[in-house]
Design a protein around this ligand. Structure first.
Ligand code: BGC
Length: 748
């Protein structure tokens, strides 16, 4: 499937706004017609809320004709995504639409791309909150923040007339240069699985169907349609698939989106091992599998191997051809019934039939406050030499703000996760939606909020385009804050971990001019920092969302004490990575299509590092990263003591004390090394707790040791196995700072 054409002419596609409005009106009219035609709909047996979603789904399936069933298992086409495509009358002009069955009271499914907020709002003059990137939200390690994140998406989806979110990105950061890492949740399967599971629960809490994607091993964008990922089952189950297992177990998402790539020879959307054996059997997943857009490659094979819904559906795999295959017996009717059952049970389960979306005005202030709160917990303080932070505002202070359009806004991530910037791109405002391939800034000005925090200080801005001019302003100021950025987007990976556009040289020039230099990073994932030793402060803000500037100013001036910790390892150089260059990404690769993806031919990608992803790789190969997974500083200090492990209850206890003079929240982390029989050469994250502490206060933390996080996947038995033996349990402040040790004994 040629995806590059997807966004061809996207800008002009929005000329179809008039058409959208025209299509929207009949939809409302239809809804009215629908109620009039079926006054007794509420009396239909499947409308009985006391029944389970499975019972209700079965009843509906029992009433459906073959055509109605077929209609529910494929989308109605590219719609607004491709200019000139058919737009179904019931479509809410999101990324996908699937017809319902009106006579049975089953609504269509209107899907909103919503990795970091609802996409394509501008098309209908709607507004959507840009949340901080999910890699940032994962760095909060705050389950409540992740739930809140999902609930903002659910709330706004619902207000905009969508009943399904297709966000929930969960491909772990195996490839730190992956263009979509900003829409995923970091490198560790336990952290990513829990945070994404909470996010999906938040979506469902608003009666909107949730989704988790892209299943599986879609860990780089380069060649995503043609790459054949080769990985052994044990490694797969203990890394990428474990993240999905945890998120699915926790949140029971309405849908799981299968990915574009192949895994061990079969496309993910027709991969019996991934879909039937692992997802549906082992994970006991009851919802439906939806293809990524254009990710379906067959009818019979895909249907038999576990795909339940083909999107966007105009490839015709699951329309007439599937009907014929069912009539001809190549796909049993029971399998088609199963597909439809799964879709319907997800609809009943999320409540989209009992509580359909009610259109209303999205509350931008509430959205901004929520986004700001999440950003304040996501931002990670990486360096704070001489306690340069928090800043103390005074009349004698002069601050140079340099680079990255920090006078105007904050950066966002691109591709199908792009939220439309209100008023257009803040650095080049034009009416209309935010186009796919552009670098889009949102109107949240760091300069403005830094000035507000320090009204007596002289705060000046330089755009950073000329190193000498930037250095001059830095020299004339008492301190300099350099903003650096790494724009990332779907369809492309970063060629290296280095900051683009010679920004390293800018930082060096400023740091040389003024030793009191602080760097604020707006990146989609980890980057290298050759200048780290020459600056006093480093703050990772990720893409901080619409409340980003306020959050950042609160952190810089100490109104918020930073508590975020890295959800990914920051390497010193690309050479330290398992794959020193992005596989198949030739520096001279041609980019094609308006999405600018790199055109490459089919290739095998052997993940030789196995389950040694991120910090596990660094530990197993004795490499020292620049900043380790789980690392983050605070304006106060903490001490860890008294780790004990109770073998009977399999619970670890330890104490965290605030030894500084400010209130703060510390993320106490727990790691485990398995007995030698596991043949693993790294520690695993086994749990954590966020502990809020007043100065001098201590709290005991108790963390149950979940056997799943401690098990190996035994491929001979095709099952998880908790090995007997001694487990080294460690507690501390990061993956490479675990001062406390204890032993957990697991007997035969
Ligand atoms: C992306 C999905 C997205 C879909 C629909 C694809 O390009 O991989 O994440 O949901 O498009 O926009």
């Amino acid at each position: 499937m040629e995806f590059s054409a997807l966004f061809k002419g996207l800008t002009i596609s929005f000329l179809s706004t008039a058409l959208s409005i025209a299509t929207f009106v009949p939809q409302q009219a239809q809804a009215q017609k629908h109620t009039q035609k079926h006054p007794d709909l509420a009396q239909m047996p499947w409308m009985n809320k006391a029944l389970t979603p499975d019972q209700r789904a079965d009843m509906v399936v029992g009433q459906m004709t073959l055509d109605e069933k077929i209609q529910m298992v494929h989308g109605t086409g590219w719609g607004v995504l491709r200019p000139g495509s058919y737009i179904a009358p019931g479509s809410n002009l999101g990324a996908g639409y699937t017809e319902g069955v009106e006579r049975l009271g089953i609504p269509g499914i209107n899907m909103a791309d919503s990795a970091v907020g609802i996409r394509m709002a501008a098309l209908q003059s709607r507004y959507a909150t840009l949340l901080p990137s999910t890699i940032g939200a994962a760095s909060s390690w705050d389950r409540d923040a992740a739930f809140l994140y999902g609930s903002v998406i659910g709330r706004e989806a619902r207000a905009e007339g969508f009943n399904m979110s297709i966000g929930g990105g969960l491909d772990i950061t195996r490839e730190p240069r992956n263009g979509r890492n900003f829409e995923y949740a970091g490198e560790d399967p336990v952290l990513a699985g829990i945070m994404t599971g909470e996010l999906a629960l938040g979506v469902k809490s608003e009666h909107v169907m949730s989704d988790i994607k892209h299943y599986a091993l879609n860990d780089q964008e380069t060649g995503r349609n043609v790459v054949n990922v080769l990985l052994d089952k044990r490694s797969m189950r203990e890394s990428d698939l474990l993240a999905f297992e945890i998120a699915i177990g926790l949140s029971k998402p309405s849908a799981v989106m299968c990915s574009y790539n192949l895994v061990n020879g079969d496309h993910a959307c027709e991969n019996d091992y991934l879909l039937n054996q692992v997802l549906k059997k082992d994970f006991d997943y009851k919802g439906f599998v939806v293809s990524d857009w254009g990710g379906t490659h067959s009818t019979v094979k895909a249907a038999l191997n576990g795909l339940d819904q083909d999107e966007p559906g105009d490839d015709n795999y699951f329309s007439e051809p599937l009907k014929k295959a069912v009539e001809g017996g190549q796909v049993p009717m029971t399998r088609l019934n199963d597909m439809v059952h799964r879709i319907l049970r997800s609809m009943f389960d999320a409540g989209v039939i009992d509580n359909p979306p009610v259109r209303s005005v999205v509350d931008p202030f509430r959205g901004r406050d929520d986004a700001q709160h999440i950003a304040e917990e996501s931002i990670v303080l990486l360096k704070n030499a001489d306690d340069i932070l928090p800043l103390k505002a005074s009349p004698s202070t002069s601050i140079a703000i340099i680079g990255s359009h920090a006078d105007i806004g904050v950066l966002s991530g691109g591709g199908s996760a792009q939220v439309d910037a209100p008023g257009g791109n803040a650095i080049d405002p034009k009416p209309g939606p935010s186009p796919w391939g552009q670098v889009i800034y949102f109107p949240s000005s760091p300069l403005r909020y830094i000035r507000e925090k320090s009204p007596q200080s002289n705060v000046q801005y330089n755009d950073g385009k000329d190193n000498a001019a930037a250095a001059k302003l830095a020299k004339d100021s008492s301190l300099a804050i350099v903003f650096v950025n790494q724009p990332m987007r779907e369809g492309q990976d970063a060629p290296t971990l280095s900051l683009p556009d010679h920004q390293d040289a800018l930082v060096e020039a400023v740091a040389k001019a003024n030793p009191n230099t602080i760097v604020v990073l707006e990146t989609g994932g980890p980057v290298t920092m050759p200048w780290a030793g020459h600056v006093k402060g480093i703050v990772e803000a990720w893409y901080p969302g619409i409340g980003g500037a306020q959050a950042l100013a609160n952190i810089l001036f100490g109104e918020v004490n930073p508590s975020g910790k890295l959800s990914v390892t920051f390497a010193k150089s690309d050479d330290q990575l398992p794959h020193p260059t992005v596989p198949s990404l030739d520096a001279n690769a041609k980019t094609t299509g308006d999405d600018g993806h790199h055109e490459v031919g089919p290739f095998d990608l052997k993940y030789t590092e196995g389950a040694e992803v991120g910090y596990k790789w660094f530990e197993a190969t004795h490499r020292q990263p620049l900043f380790p997974f789980g690392f983050g500083l605070s304006y106060t200090t903490y001490a860890y003591s008294g780790l004990t492990v109770d073998d009977a209850t399999r619970t670890a206890h330890f104490t965290v004390k605030n030894t500084g003079s400010r209130e703060g929240t510390e993320i106490g982390e727990l790691y485990v090394t398995l007995p030698s029989a596991a043949n693993e050469h790294y520690k695993r994250l086994a749990g954590w707790e966020r502990v809020k502490l007043a100065p001098g206060e201590s709290k005991e933390v108790s963390i149950p040791l979940n056997p799943l996080y401690l098990s190996i996947f035994d491929t001979a038995k095709d099952a998880w196995q908790l090995l007997p033996g001694d487990y080294k349990v460690m507690a501390g402040a990061s993956s490479s700072d675990t001062p406390l040790n204890a032993t957990l004994h697991i007997s035969q």
